[in-house]
Design a protein around this ligand. Structure first.
Ligand code: PMP
Length: 383
């Protein structure tokens, strides 16, 4: 049998047939009673997944970058300052959004492969005056998970809003919106939620919405959360046509996540991460990311000397497995492999077997089965 392509990039991730089926159902009116019910249930599920019983979810056609833009333009009055904690390419993107809207900001950047230490946030809060602190749970460029709970703890009882980019983490790594006192958490559909790309997802705390209400105007129309709020409270209302099919698909994806159970889902992501990394380390690909901040959703792995990035990925693609190249200063030196969403041990075994064969095709000595054997103790029974 010829296998289908297995896409193991850090998003979009493989889409479960049940989710694809949601996408393929006939398009209905955005105010059809059944759709209103599904949209409402989807929002409720997102609240549960984020641990945000008190949070207001928003789902708007777009992608993660729209959600990032919404997370800034709705919560800063003109002249108010933003503090950005960045551990890579996507953290730096906050500063590009801020520049586009003339938002004054300070940017604290970690070395790539590390996260900004909570003490650095503490120092910045002591010396600067900020209205919003923006952070990234997992930066997809470096495979680095930031200590979001520790950052959020430092912000407890303070006026700054805590904004978290969960694009490469939400539904794959634990996030507790209410318990951690977050104000905004945003993500896209196409990562650990395992839905097709096409919607921006954002949750806002009451405090964040009060802040939006206190602003007369924000530099947005489609991205203005107050225009969307009535629809998110009652999906029978209209502002701009929702992405009907994609919302049905996202609903199915949230059902899968909740059916699996969040603790089990996080444990599966951790096991997948460990198995991928153990397997690929055995054939010479070591993590670029520091050991104390490895993400469970993707791995950024350095090639051994002599392995060419384009050649390796072409060999993988010949075997039907798509992995990504690295970004920025490490482009060409590392590969980025996504292991999030709705995949399991079978996909990891296929990845590792393809990697063994690809490395052999490139002239390296790799005993057959060595990567899979090294991963085995972390693998869950085949699902
Ligand atoms: N933030 C992070 C952490 C991401 O990984 C990405 C996408 N890779 C984005 C933001 C931007 O999301 P999108 O591509 O959906 O606009």
């Amino acid at each position: 049998m010829i296998d289908e392509t297995l896409t193991l990039i850090p998003g979009p991730t493989p889409v479960h047939p049940r989710v694809l089926d949601g996408l393929a159902r006939p398009t209905v009116s955005h105010v059809a009673p059944a759709f209103i019910e599904t949209f409402g249930a989807c929002l409720a599920n997102l609240r549960t997944i984020a641990g945000g019983g008190n949070a207001q979810p928003f789902v708007v056609a777009g992608a993660g970058t729209l959600a990032m833009e919404m997370a800034l333009v709705n919560f800063l009055a003109p002249g108010e300052r933003l503090l950005i904690l960045s551990q890579g390419y996507f953290g730096d993107r906050y500063s590009q959004v801020a520049e586009a809207f003339g938002i004054p900001f300070d940017l604290i950047q970690s070395a790539w492969g590390h996260a900004v230490a909570p003490e650095e946030l503490e120092r910045a809060l002591a010396t600067g005056s900020y209205s919003v602190v923006a952070m990234t749970h997992v930066d997809t460029s470096t495979g680095t998970a930031a200590p979001i709970a520790a950052y959020a703890e430092l912000l407890q009882g303070r006026a700054e809003l805590a904004v978290v980019d969960g694009v490469c983490a939400t539904a794959g790594m634990e996030e507790r919106f209410d318990d951690w006192g977050l104000d905004v958490l945003f993500t896209g559909a196409q990562k650990a939620l395992g839905a097709p790309p096409g919607v921006a997802i954002l949750l806002a705390s009451r405090r964040a919405l009060d802040k939006r209400r206190s602003l007369d105007r924000v530099p947005a129309f489609y991205a203005d959360l107050l225009r969307w709020l009535p629809i998110m409270e009652d999906p029978g209302k209209y502002f701009s046509t929702p992405a009907v099919n994609e919302i049905v698909a996202l609903y199915e994806a949230t059902q899968l996540a909740l059916h699996e159970g969040l603790p089990a889902r996080y444990a599966r992501h951790r096991a997948l991460a460990r198995s991928v990394r153990a397997g690929l380390a055995a054939v010479g690909l070591e993590p670029f990311t520091a050991g104390d901040c490895l993400a469970d959703t993707l791995s950024v792995l350095r090639y051994p000397p002599g392995v060419d990035d384009a050649a390796f990925r072409a060999q993988m693609a010949r075997r039907g497995v798509i992995v990504a190249g690295a970004l920025g200063a490490i482009a060409g030196q590392a590969t980025r492999i996504g292991h999030m969403g709705n995949i399991g041990s079978a996909e990891v075994c296929r990845l590792l077997q393809a990697a063994e064969e690809s490395l052999r095709a490139l002239g390296r000595t790799v005993p057959p089965g060595s990567a899979v054997a090294a991963a085995a103790k972390h693998l869950q029974p085949l699902d």
